[in-house]
Design a protein around this ligand. Structure first.
Ligand SMILES: *Cc1c(COP(=O)(O)O)cnc(C)c1O
Length: 397
C-alpha cells in the first residue's frame, strides 16, 4: 500500500487481502494447509514458499495481513509474526546469532527476556553483557570483537527509564551489531525505532497491539533482507508461528491503536500529575512529567508518555512501604490486580512481589524496585474514577 499515507489510515487499511468473495472485513483463514490444482503447481508453490500459500506454519493469509499492517505502522519493509513476544525474541536470536557470539543488552528488561539472555541463550554459547541503558559509555565499553547484537527496551519496565535510541544505534552501527528494540511499551503509535536507527523492532503484540487483553502474539519488523532471508527460514522450520485466529484479533486491535494509546497516555498524565501532589506518594515515574530525569529525551523520541505510570509510596521501613502499597492495591475496586498491561482496563501490580519477585533482593534494590513501588498500566476508564479508586487506599492510614 501507498506508504505516504498517514499512520491512522495505514492502521485501518494497510495489509488487507480479499478472497474471491470480496469480503469487506478481513477473513480468518483457519486452515493448516492449502490445495494445489496439480503436482506441478504444488512444486512451484513450495519453491516460492515466501510468496505462495502452502502450509500455515510457513504462511497464512490472515497472518500475512497482520504482518503487512504492522510493517506499515513501524515503517519497516517486512515483518514475521510469532506466537508471543518471547517467541519473537527466541526467533531473532536463533535467526541472527550462533555459538560464540555476544549480545550487549540493557539491564532493564522484561523479566522473561532477562531469563532468556542470562539462562537459556548462555547454555548455547551466546553470552550477554548487561548495561545501564542510559549510559552510552557502558554500551561502547561492553562491545567485544564477537558482539553481534544490541538489545534495548525503552521506556523500561516498571521505572520508565528512557534510553536514547538514536545514540545507542550509532554505537551498534560502529560495532557492526544488529540493533534490536523491543517497542512493546510505546507501540508504533508513539515511537518508531526503525526511523531512529534500529535494525529490527520486536513486539509483544499481546500488549497494546491487541490492547484488549485477549490473545498472545509477537512480531519482528525490519529490512526485507533480514526478515525474509534470516527470520522466515527459522520460523517456518521451528514453528513458533502466530495462529490465524490470533492474527485476526490483532488486526482488529491495530485499527484502534492510536486512539487507545493517545487516550491512555492522556489519562496516565492526569493520574501521574495527581499522584505527584499526593502526600502519601514519595516519587512518581512517568516520562510525560517534567520531573522525569529524561523528560526532554522522552519528548523528542515519543509522541506521548505512554500508559505506564509507576509510583513509590512513603514508609519508614521496607515492611511499612510494602504494607502501604498492598493497602492501596487491596482498596481498589476498579483497577484489575493482574500482571498484564496495555489493556483498555487499568491494571495495578506490586512489582517487588510479582513480576520482579523471583530476582534476589540485592538485584531488586539495584534495579530500583522497592517494596513501596506500584505499577499502573492505565486504561480507557474515566481518569477521575481511577483517581478515586486509588485515593481510597492512599488517603487511609
Ligand atoms: C510482555 C512483554 C514481553 C513478552 O511478551 P509475551 O507476548 O508475553 O511473550 C516482552 N517484552 C515486554 C516489554 C513485555 O512487556
Amino acid at each position: 500500500m501507498d506508504d505516504t499515507l498517514n499512520f491512522d489510515t495505514l492502521a485501518v487499511r494497510s495489509g488487507t487481502l480479499r478472497s474471491d468473495f470480496n469480503e469487506h472485513s478481513e477473513a480468518i483463514f483457519l486452515t493448516s494447509s492449502f490445495c494445489f490444482s496439480s503436482a506441478a503447481e504444488a512444486a512451484e508453490r513450495f519453491k516460492n514458499a515466501e510468496d505462495a500459500y502452502t502450509y500455515s506454519r510457513f504462511t497464512n493469509p490472515t497472518v500475512s495481513m497482520f504482518q503487512d499492517r504492522l510493517a506499515a505502522l513501524e515503517g519497516g519493509e517486512a515483518c514475521i509474526a510469532t506466537a508471543s513476544g518471547m517467541a519473537a525474541i527466541l526467533s531473532v536470536v536463533m535467526s541472527a546469532l550462533q555459538a560464540g557470539d555476544h549480545i550487549v543488552s540493557s539491564q532493564s528488561l522484561f523479566g522473561s527476556t532477562l531469563g532468556m539472555f542470562s539462562q537459556i541463550f548462555s547454555r548455547f554459547g551466546i553470552a550477554t553483557t548487561f548495561v545501564d541503558p542510559k549510559d552510552l559509555d557502558a554500551w561502547k565499553n561492553a562491545v567485544r570483537p564477537e558482539t553481534k547484537m544490541f538489545f534495548l527496551e525503552t521506556p523500561s519496565n516498571p521505572l520508565t527509564e528512557i534510553a536514547d535510541i538514536e545514540a545507542v544505534g550509532k554505537i551498534a552501527k560502529a560495532a557492526n551489531a544488529l540493533f534490536v528494540v523491543d517497542n512493546c511499551f510505546c507501540s508504533p503509535a508513539l515511537q518508531q525505532p526503525l526511523k531512529l536507527g534500529a535494525d529490527v523492532v520486536m513486539h509483544s503484540a499481546t500488549k497494546f497491539l491487541d490492547g484488549q487483553g485477549r490473545v498472545l502474539g509477537g512480531a519482528l519488523v525490519g529490512s526485507r533482507k533480514f526478515i525474509m532471508e534470516k527470520v522466515f527460514p527459522f520460523v517456518r522450520s521451528a514453528g513458533p508461528t502466530l495462529s490465524a485466529f490470533n492474527a485476526w484479533v490483532l488486526l482488529k486491535g491495530m485499527e484502534t491503536l492510536s486512539l487507545r494509546v493517545e487516550k491512555q497516555s492522556a489519562n496516565a498524565l492526569e493520574i501521574a500529575r495527581w499522584l505527584e501532589s499526593h502526600p502519601a506518594v514519595k516519587r512518581v515515574f512517568y516520562p510525560g512529567l517534567e520531573s522525569h530525569p529524561q523528560y526532554a529525551l522522552a519528548k523528542r523520541q515519543q509522541k506521548a508518555g505512554g500508559a505506564i505510570v509507576s509510583f513509590e509510596l512513603k514508609g519508614d521501613t521496607p515492611e511499612a512501604q510494602r504494607a502501604n502499597a498492598w493497602r492501596v492495591i487491596d482498596n481498589t475496586k476498579i483497577c484489575s490486580i493482574t500482571g498484564n498491561l496495555g489493556d483498555t482496563r487499568t491494571t495495578i501490580t506490586h512489582p517487588a512481589t510479582t513480576t520482579h519477585g523471583r530476582i534476589t533482593p540485592e538485584a531488586r534494590a539495584a534495579a530500583g524496585i522497592t517494596e513501596g513501588l506500584i505499577r499502573l498500566a492505565v486504561g480507557l476508564e474515566n481518569s477521575d474514577d481511577i483517581r478515586h479508586d486509588l485515593a481510597r487506599g492512599l488517603d487511609s492510614k
